[in-house]
Design a protein around this ligand. Structure first.
Ligand SMILES: [Zn+2]
Length: 92
């Protein structure tokens, strides 16, 4: 997956549950986004969306407050999930 020109690896790792309460992780230095495949599907999907925002925030040094990042991520996830045709219209 490419984010701001960097090729990130998207990795499913069910050991995340044992390591922490995190649903996912993003490592900008190693270009990895890790999510827990044992979560319900919508949580997996939103976690990936969240970690994309984490990557954008870190790569661009936005220092977005985590609560804002989470809110924007959740909101956009639901808009895109509920209106998949809009992605086609915007990015076609
Ligand atoms: Zn986060």
């Amino acid at each position: 997956m490419k984010i701001l020109g960097h090729e990130f690896q998207l990795i499913a790792d069910d050991r995340l549950l044992l390591q922490s309460d995190d649903d996912g992780r993003m490592h900008a230095k190693t270009l990895k986004i890790i999510y827990n495949p044992r979560l319900p599907l919508s949580r997996q999907q939103e976690t990936i969306q969240h970690e994309i925002f984490e990557a954008i925030s870190e790569l661009l040094e936005l220092n977005m407050p985590h609560q804002m990042l989470t809110a924007v991520s959740e909101a956009l996830y639901t808009v895109y999930k509920d209106n998949p045709e809009i992605l086609e219209k915007i990015y076609k």
